[in-house]
Design a protein around this ligand. Structure first.
Ligand SMILES: C[S@@+](CC[C@H](N)C(=O)[O-])C[C@H]1O[C@@H](n2cnc3c(N)ncnc32)[C@H](O)[C@@H]1O
Length: 287
């Protein structure tokens, strides 16, 4: 590429590079990365198509394009991901927050709207996106969030401080397969987006997803290992009348309904996500 190559030239080169490597939506990806580099929207970046990139910009853009060509998720390249309007820092130690999980948070806010000072326990917090968004949406809530990954917890804590809710969330390293007697009968809501992909499906996932931490995805043989453990501990952690809300695999609705019922939950519902797939399991303890 010549020294005076323009934004438009680099976009064309980036698109071809990504296309040759089978990256979906190659043109959109190139434009998105260019726009992010400029700190503007995609249409605004395109308005600059005729100007030459500086040498620094050329290196930055091409560096990102090469990472994208290796199927690194865009959020890992940029180091952040929007979540309900919050800029969440992400690293390769954490799952990239998903739009479905935004829907889980909205559902939790609805469930707790009438609780004056809600107590929330989140299991498997990752970047902290659920706990942080709930802390912002529910200003009187107290939140306890756990994860087994020390790196994820450090990141979650950093994100919470950046969003000015660090003093409202207690992050604790803990294995979800362990018991939590310390919080017996404490929570109004136990929320979790646990690892729920059946192990045998992991190798068939998109290359981008395979770059995410396996412990954030792998739900064991039938995908239900973590769900079973969390649901089993929930009756001990929740207050009477408390609610358990979990994100699940689209095929797990019937099994999770049965599990919740077996554990004594009432008013069990499986809610669909914006794609129309079963995605959220909700159940209440008897009051
Ligand atoms: C699907 S990710 C969810 C992350 C984040 N809450 C979100 O919704 O984007 C599941 C999280 O559970 C954590 N995890 C996996 N196994 C765990 C275990 N045995 N104990 C505690 N946390 C675990 C992972 O480190 C990961 O952060």
């Amino acid at each position: 590429m010549s020294a005076g190559a323009t934004v438009g030239d680099w976009l064309g080169k980036g698109e071809k590079y990504l296309d040759d490597r089978g990256v979906p939506e190659a043109r959109a990806s190139a434009e998105f990365l260019m726009a992010e580099m400029f700190g503007v929207s995609r249409p605004a970046a395109l308005l600059q198509s005729g100007r030459a990139l500086t040498v620094k910009e050329q290196h930055q853009f091409w560096d990102w394009i090469k990472w994208r060509g290796k199927r690194l998720p865009v959020a890992y390249i940029l180091g952040h991901q929007p979540f309900l309007g919050i800029k969440i820092e992400v690293t390769r130690d954490s799952l990239v927050p998903r739009p479905e999980t935004e829907e889980l948070v909205i559902e939790c806010e609805r469930l707790l709207k009438k609780t004056p000072t809600p107590k929330v326990l989140e299991i498997g917090t990752g970047t902290g996106c659920i706990a942080i968004a709930l802390a912002q949406l529910l200003p009187t809530a107290t939140i306890f969030a756990t994860d087994l990954s020390k790196a994820a917890l450090d990141l979650a804590q950093k994100n919470a401080i950046a969003q000015h809710v660090g003093n409202r969330i207690r992050f604790v390293r803990e294995d979800l397969f362990s018991d939590r007697p310390g919080l017996r009968g404490w929570a109004d809501l136990l929320v979790s987006n646990p690892p729920y992909i059946p192990t045998k499906e992991l190798d068939d996932l998109e290359p981008e997803v395979q770059r995410e931490p396996r412990m954030a995805l792998d739900g064991g043989k039938d995908g239900l290992d973590a769900i079973r453990a969390i649901a089993a501990m929930a009756p001990k952690m929740l207050k009477p009348g408390g609610v358990l809300a979990m994100e699940i695999h689209s095929k797990q609705g019937p099994a999770v309904t049965k599990l919740f019922a077996h554990l004594g939950f009432r008013d069990i519902s499986i809610k669909k996500d914006a794609q129309g797939l079963d995605r959220f399991a909700i159940g209440f303890l008897p009051a």
